[in-house]
Structure formats: structure tokens, C-alpha cells
Design a binder for this molecule. Sequence first.
Ligand code: IFM
Length: 443
Amino acid sequence: MAFPKNFLWGAATASYQIEGASRQDGRGECIWTRFSHTPGKVLNADTGDVATDHYHRYVEDVALMKTLGLQAYRFSISWPRVIPHCTGASNPAGLDFYDRLVDELLKAGIVPTATLYHWDLPQALQNRGGWLNREIVGWFADYTDLMTRRLGDRVKNWITINEPFVAAFVGYAFGAHAPGYSDPRGGLLASHHMFLAHAASMGLIRQNVPNAVAGITLNLSWVDPATPSEADIQAARRHDGFVNRWFLDPVFKGEYPSDMLQLYGSMLDDIDVTEVKQAAVPQDFLGINYYTRNVIENDANGPYLQTHEVKPPHSSYTQMGWELCPESLTQILVRLHQDYAPKALWITENGAAYVDPSPENGVVADPERTAYLQSHIAAVETAIQQGSPVTAYFVWSLLDNFEWAYGYDRRFGIIHVDFKTLTRTMKQSALWYRDFIAKSTGK
Ligand code: IFM
């Protein structure tokens, strides 16, 4: 195998998707509590109030991770659990929870990897504009300071923001995620503030955490034109600028891509785009969440980018409607190495939702998810063989969980959760991953 000796194999989750206990021990409301309780926003009116109840079951969950031989666990911290009301007073019970979780992981020999922002913004901050308010740079810095001082003696791996594309655009421009705003200018402004917040947060991580290993996580897609026509090639380039380069160029080059600046034009009037030079702080790794590629055609009548996504008819798709394309994972990893030269690349999420059968004889048969993981891990290996510096891989997700606007209707876990009884059952994909890790680490 091409994986380097110190390669980290792990699994990932996020606070709102698994913790539950949403009104317990002083946790404040977050934008997803508010959004999911607003009729019509989430499928089946599901909420994260209970989720997988990980807040109470973390000991059992860490034991499951240990059984699988995971070397690392990526979790996120719930901002409203630790600072429930605006800025200021922290919540001792919330901080204690993350102390206990981290200690349990370390006891099990699992490396904790903490994400500071995985979308559960305190509602109190949203009431003051959330990511549209420039003051959020300071709010996020204060929150980073609190958490890194508290956990920095034990947690070395830090991720500032998860998927700014989704948090900014799906939340503030498309309205499909919390806080549910539909204004393209808002998406751009929110993303701008996220870059500044990322930079401020990185500074505090370095200051408070000895030997920190820190970076941001972006969701990236390989983009192919639907046909070789010049119009489709240009459309694919615009889409690449929209989902990939708008995020990569700031954090690596400290600038926005010039073609996108031109395209967005007056939509950027409220933003001093030169400030983005602050965002290019040195990172120890770039986190990548990869699920699929995008095939794009020109669409003169389309909204402001004049692009349209095509679904190739002969491809296979997951339950999310996302095309299976492991080759594109190799392509994107090699491209990142060539175009941006990151110190290291971590796959911070990769996985698939499928309709799973119920558990039978203590296991859930999920051959499609198993095949998805196999093919994507092989694609990572190919990228390493081509020189890409990938040093970690986290499956999304450890547990079935609250899949945002799809509620509990989409299962990404390698461990099945019965949402009535909250019983956990291994899926075959988890057992495959366990055996794979054992083989690749020689244990
Ligand atoms: O569940 C999400 C996760 O929170 C962020 N990345 C994509 C996953 C699947 O949609």
C-alpha cells in the first residue's frame, strides 16, 4: 500500500448532527434548533433535539471507535453549548462535556481532532446578523480562544471552519440550510467573514496550543464540462470558481479569483475584497470533504452563473443523488498538490448515504457503502502514488445522524442508529473498515 506509515485513519461527526441534549445543561439555541423547528424547513419535521444522544452516550461511542481500531476521531464543538448567550459567559457544563469526551478518546488511544465551526451558530449571534455581521470575526476569535485554552493541552489537531461554501451559500444565499436566507450577496459576504474568522482563529490556535496541527476544511468537487464545447468548458470554469477557487485562492493566495470578481461584479460592492489577503495564513494541512464530481453545462437562462448541473444517465448515484466518481477524488487531490502545494491534505469527510436494511443478527448489510469506501480509499492511494501529500482519511460518518434538511432520512453512518431506541449496530462497512485499518497499520 502507498499510504505512509504515520497515515491517520479515522471517522468524523458534527455536534448538532449527533449530540442531542439540545436544551440540557445550559446549552443555548442554535440556528439549526430554530430552523429545524420552523415548519417546512426539514424533511419530516425532524430536529436535532435528541439526534443520536451522543451527549449521554459518548462513552459507548468511543468504545465502538476503539473496537473499530480508529486512530483519530473528528468531532465538532457546539458553540452554543459552550457560549450559550451571545458573547461573554461560558457554560461550565458544556465545557465539561468536551473535557470528558477528549479524556475518553485519549484513554482509548484515539487522537481527538476538533472542528470549531460545523454550522451550529448560536441563535443569539444570528439575531445580531450572524455571518453577515463583521463583528463575527471577533466573536469567533473569542470562542476559539476559550476552546483552545481549555482543550489545547490535550487536543493538537484543530479545524477552524467546516465547508464555508455550504455554511455561507446554502445558509445565506440558497435558503436551504439555517439560517435560511436567500440572497446571493449574503452568501458572498458570509464567506468573506468566514475567511477573516479563519485567519483570526488560526492565530489563536497557534498562540494557545503547543505543537498545534491546524487548517480549514473545504468541500471540493471536481468539475467536468458536459460536452467539449467552448460554452460548456467556460461554464465548468465558472462553476469551479464558484465551488472551489472562491475558497482555495483566499486561503492559499490571499486573493479572490479575478474571473469570479469580474463575474460577481456589483454583488461585491459591500465587501473590501483586498482584505482577503489576511486569510492566507500558513496551514499544516488542508481538509477536504469529497463526495462527488459536478458535470456542468452552459445555461444562458440560468441564475447569475448561467450554469446548469447535468446528471450523466449511465452513472450510479447514492441516495443523495450524488454521482459515484472515485476517479475525480484522485484528480482533485493531484490538482490541489499541483496548483496550491499544501503542506498536507486530509480527507476530513468521505462517505455515502444509502437506504439500509434493518439490523439482522447484530449487523447491517450495506454492500454499496462498503464498495464506495473501498473505491474512494483506492482513489486516495492512487493520488498518493502520483505525489499528492495525503496523510489522513476520515469516513463520514461514524454514526447515522441528523442529515440537515433531510433529517433522519439519509443515513451516512458506518454504524447504524435506531432512532427510536438509539441502539447502535455495526454495519458491514464498519467491519470492512476495521479490517482494512488493521491490515494497513499492520495490527
Ligand atoms: O452531513 C454532512 C456534513 O455535515 C458536512 N459534509 C457533508 C455531509 C453529508 O451531506
